[in-house]
Design a protein around this ligand. Structure first.
Ligand code: ADP
Ligand code: MG
Length: 355
């Protein structure tokens, strides 16, 4: 069942369109990530959903009711939503328990209920043993946990998170990604999670919505987005890909020039003669020996750079056309710089893209 629905949602600031006619249906109880580079309109979309700003056009419905439109908006406090910002904004003069209980006090709940609900959330967010501490006595990760607890304790129907982990160091970020997913599964609210970090999105989300310049570029499950990117933008932004350009020859083949013909196992050609093909860095197979057999899907080039990274080697290969491609190879494939190599792009890993 659709719970939060964006219809042609648009926000303009003067001549600048921050959100450009976005349509999105969010099922109740799912975790949706808005993912995209800085400036693509993620925060603006989230603030529109929260009710902090009004749309220029289009509307937002929650549970079938219109909450925002160009003609009027319900205030944030009427939406049963909690929003968590990049900065935790905890009250410095209150303990962890007092910070968490604050929202319930504002709602004038009874003392016993405030205590029960606060304790339950402190348990769920693993903060019970820190309840009496002040924010200045907590690590960054613990402070972020408190801001999560504070948002959850009011039992929102919708939880909105804007880059919630960007102030944490790498290890804590990884731990908190799973934590947010666990809490979501435990409480089952509808969550909209904004991030520019694809790993964060892939760990946490049921649905990833990739945004570019105020538009939705592609929406799908993490696997969908990674395995079946539709455009060059998505193929490069999620996971990284080499892009080859060429002309369509035959049914599913692309002539990229310099003798390189790529047979493509997936993607849409859409009747276009100019085609871009993506191949993931780790799907390119490198060899120092000239291959025998079918010449299609083989390129040759020179090793421009090779870096040993423990679990794999990261190669940069320059092709005769002057372009470079990246290849991730097993550590056992050790080919020195400046040596000629052959690259195989398996047809089932070559994907034709829509521009
Ligand atoms: P993101 O969160 O994806 O980084 P934002 O939603 O914050 O992007 O911003 C989208 C675009 O809208 C940016 O170009 C930004 O400069 C512009 N923008 C956001 N808020 C305002 C504002 N209050 N006034 C003018 N321009 C704004
Ligand atoms: Mg932002």
């Amino acid at each position: 069942m659709t719970f939060v629905e964006l219809n042609k949602l648009t926000k303009r600031y003067g001549a600048m369109t921050a959100v450009n006619g976005v349509d999105l249906a969010i099922e109740k109880g799912t975790l949706v990530c808005l993912l995209g580079p800085s400036g693509c309109g993620k925060t603006t979309t989230l603030r529109l959903v929260a009710g902090f700003i009004k749309p220029s056009d289009g509307q937002i419905k929650v549970g079938g009711r219109v909450m925002s439109s160009a003609s009027g908006s319900e205030p944030p406090e009427a939406r049963n939503m909690s929003m968590i910002f990049q900065s935790y904004a905890l009250w410095p003069h209150m303990t962890v328990a007092e910070n968490v209980a604050y929202g319930l006090k504002l709602r004038k709940l009874g003392k016993a209920e405030i205590e029960t609900r606060t304790n339950r959330i402190l348990q769920a967010t693993k903060l019970a043993n820190l309840a009496a501490r002040y924010p200045s006595e907590l690590s960054g990760g613990q402070q972020q946990r408190v801001s999560l607890a504070r948002a959850l304790v009011v039992e929102p129907e919708t939880l909105l998170l804007d880059e919630p982990l960007s102030n944490l160091d790498a290890n804590l970020r990884e731990e908190m990604r799973f934590e947010i997913r666990r809490l979501h599964d435990e409480f089952r609210y509808t969550t909209v999670y904004v991030t520019h970090d694809q790993t964060e999105a892939m760990t946490a989300a049921n649905l990833i919505v990739v945004m570019k310049q105020g538009n939705i570029e592609q929406a799908g499950s993490p696997e969908d987005i990674y395995e079946r990117p539709r455009s060059e933008f998505v193929a490069q932004f999620i996971g990284g890909s080499n892009i080859f350009r060429g002309k369509r020859v035959g049914d599913r083949s692309v002539d990229c020039g310099g003798g390189l013909i790529l047979d493509c196992g997936s993607g849409e050609f859409e009747g276009n003669d100019e085609v871009a093909v993506s191949v993931r860095h780790h799907d390119m197979h490198l060899t120092a020996e000239k291959p025998a057999g079918d010449p299609n899907n083989w390129a040759t080039g020179k090793v421009a750079r090779q870096v040993y990274l423990g679990s794999h080697r990261d190669y940069l290969i320059s092709l005769p056309s002057g372009e470079t491609v990246r290849a991730i190879a097993p550590v056992s494939v050790a080919i020195p710089e400046n040596q000629q190599v052959w690259l195989h792009c398996p047809p089932d890993r070559c994907r034709a893209l829509v521009h």
